[in-house]
Design a protein around this ligand. Sequence first.
Ligand SMILES: NC(=O)c1ccc[n+]([C@@H]2O[C@H](COP(=O)([O-])OP(=O)(O)OC[C@H]3O[C@@H](n4cnc5c(N)ncnc54)[C@H](OP(=O)(O)O)[C@@H]3O)[C@@H](O)[C@H]2O)c1
Length: 251
Amino acid sequence: MSSKDSGRVALVTGASRGIGYGIARALVARGDRVCLTGRNEEPLKEAVAELGADRATYVAGKAHDEEHQARAVEHVISEYGRVDHLVNNAGTNPVFGPIADADLGVARKVFETNVISALGFAQKTWAAWQRDNGGTIVNVASVAGISASPFVGPYGISKAAMINLTLQLAHEMAPGVRVNAIAPAVVKTKFAAALYEGREEEAQNGYPLGRLGVPQDIGGAVAFLTSEDSGWITGQTLVIDGGLFLNAGVA
Ligand SMILES: NC(=O)c1ccc[n+]([C@@H]2O[C@H](COP(=O)([O-])OP(=O)(O)OC[C@H]3O[C@@H](n4cnc5c(N)ncnc54)[C@H](OP(=O)(O)O)[C@@H]3O)[C@@H](O)[C@H]2O)c1
């Protein structure tokens, strides 16, 4: 896919499709090598084949599983000798409904998959490489972590926590490691399909830029946050929303 070689290596969780794959694609295009994770092996194999087997590798497993986290970090180090960038992208939202009725077991699971897993990956990447060599982390949050999004309460709470996790890591891991988050609005992926499929015209009406997001919109932003061009930016959350938040005014 790319003949460039940056000499840098990224671990991107949840990257066999959707936003994670879009991020991996952007990083490979600028010359990085990438390690993808996801639960299912077949789509990971296909993603690696598309990116180029000389540029990408994968480890299958569940993001919240500490043993999987350790295996993924060990694999990327043994394969490429370093792990400069960690992108905590794997996330879930298994339930829609009023927060008053939210199943607490499900809410715990959402928190575990979306937030605790990101902390686990950050700790392991730090210990294996970033503490001594520096690097960057990008956490994939959501506009749902910044503003109320009815009927996805546990998800929004977890994404708000992801933003605070970003602040904590950015402070404690400076100056060697820069840590930022991104907060996308609706991006056209399998995960978000229920929010726009069959009614895309209507769904995109609220977006001043006139369309929903696509994974390429996110890949470019993460490429920036993991590059020297953002060398004095840490602890920030970049909203990527096609202007959606511009609607929050009074008129
Ligand atoms: N799409 C949006 O509108 C939107 C907006 C804001 C934020 N986000 C966030 O962006 C991230 C990616 O979402 P997406 O829309 O790209 O979703 P997607 O298209 O469904 O892709 C999710 C990816 O993560 C993997 N995955 C799912 N659960 C996992 C788990 N427990 N452990 C490891 N890997 C897992 C999936 O592969 P397997 O199924 O094989 O595991 C797949 O590769 C999520 O954190 C989501 O909250 C999405």
